[in-house]
Design a protein around this ligand. Structure first.
Ligand code: NAD
Length: 342
């Protein structure tokens, strides 16, 4: 029996967002066509002009909410989609503590809706965006895919619930091929500096916050706690260049082409870097000052985690190639590109 499923057209939900837009470019470079479903709640429509400049075949955009099953089903049917990358979701940990119901509503219903649309259209190859924050903070480092799971806030719990839904689905319908990607901390931008992280309002994630602190003279970066049990007291994370992360999606998709089953993969570099080290590296690489203050610890933050990346290396034949210097340089050049357009 020929077990190979050639993929040509990929639905990228949340494809107007930070990670999804980079995935679309990586998919285009690898020869796939892309269709985006996005409701633009955390992205801007001008990303499509940018993607048009970067892609040989620009993505087809369907504006709408993933919870609208009919809309997703129509997008799959109209464009001959044969695999899905489901990235659409709400992602801010602190916000999820304040608005848990909104997070569960958006994230869980979106997944259920996308999967139901796929079932209706007979599409059963899926890459799903998960997060390293599903792991237990007391698990030994680095986190492997088999480390204990104990998500500590609603955002991460929603991701773990979605992983469990997919596991049940796969158990009931083994023809499904599912790749769960547990991201560590994506930063940086595309090397063209035409796309990057483009938060709406005051940025939440660290790298855009650093850029914000450099450009807005009266808005120093807050380091959330410097009394963690780490070398310099600040949290330690595994930062991964966004282009490496996008390449990891393509590698996972290509793996689904020939391998049945459901498997989780860590996408990180395998190295932990403290928040303070990132700030200092950013300042040195970009020859600027990053004003910062030290604040209280933030609810929901783990002190330190980084990835065991051996499974992705061995199974997907993928590993991160870009270093911290490149992450800092690309993040800043993207920021400058945005400012030059204002
Ligand atoms: N950025 C990170 O640090 C990180 C880390 C781990 C996991 N993730 C996950 O990766 C995925 C993508 O993250 P990102 O950083 O690109 O975020 P993002 O906010 O930039 O992109 C998400 C996109 O999904 C869209 N969206 C949200 N809900 C939707 C819905 N119901 N229907 C249609 N579109 C919807 C938003 O408009 C946005 O364009 C998310 O699922 C997130 O949880 C992100």
């Amino acid at each position: 029996m020929n077990n190979c499923r050639p993929h040509k057209t990929i639905l990228v939900t949340g494809g107007a967002g930070y990670i999804g837009s980079h995935c679309c470019v990586a998919l285009d470079q690898a020869g796939y066509r892309t269709v985006i479903v996005d409701n633009l709640t955390n992205s801007r429509a001008d990303v499509f002009n940018r993607l048009a400049r970067l892609c040989d075949t620009p993505p087809i955009f369907v504006q709408g909410d993933c919870r609208d099953t009919g809309l997703v089903q129509k997008a799959i049917a109209d464009h001959g989609v044969d695999a899905v990358m489901h990235l659409a979701g709400l992602k801010a940990v602190a916000e999820s503590l304040q608005q848990p119901v909104a997070y569960y509503d958006n994230n869980l219903y979106s997944l259920l809706s996308v999967v139901q649309a796929m079932q209706q259209e007979g599409v059963d190859d899926l890459i799903f965006s998960s997060t390293a924050t599903v792991y237990s903070s007391s698990a030994p480092h680095p986190f492997s895919e088999d480390s204990p799971i104990a998500p500590e806030q609603p955002y991460a719990r929603s991701k773990w619930m979605m992983e469990q839904i997919l596991s049940d689905l796969h158990h009931a319908s083994p023809q499904w091929r599912i790749g769960i990607l547990r991201y560590f901390n994506p930063v940086g931008s595309h090397s063209s500096h035409l796309i990057g992280e483009y938060p709406i309002g005051i940025p939440n994630n660290l790298m855009p916050r650093i850029c914000f602190a450099v450009t807005q003279k009266n808005a120093p970066l807050t380091l959330f706690g410097n009394d963690y049990p780490t070398d310099d007291g600040t949290c330690v994370r595994d930062y991964i260049h966004i282009m490496d992360l996008a390449d990891g999606h393509v590698a996972a998709l290509q793996h689904l082409r020939t391998q049945s089953g459901m498997m989780a993969f860590n996408l990180g570099t395998g190295h932990g870097v403290s928040v303070l080290t990132l700030v200092k590296t950013f300042a040195a690489v970009n020859q600027c000052q990053v004003p910062y203050i030290v604040g209280e610890r933030r609810a929901g933050d783990m002190s330190a985690f980084w990835a065991d990346v051996r499974r992705a290396q061995e199974v997907l034949k993928w590993s991160a190639q870009r270093d911290l210097t490149q992450m800092c340089r690309d993040a800043w050049q993207w920021q400058q590109q945005l400012q030059s357009e204002d």
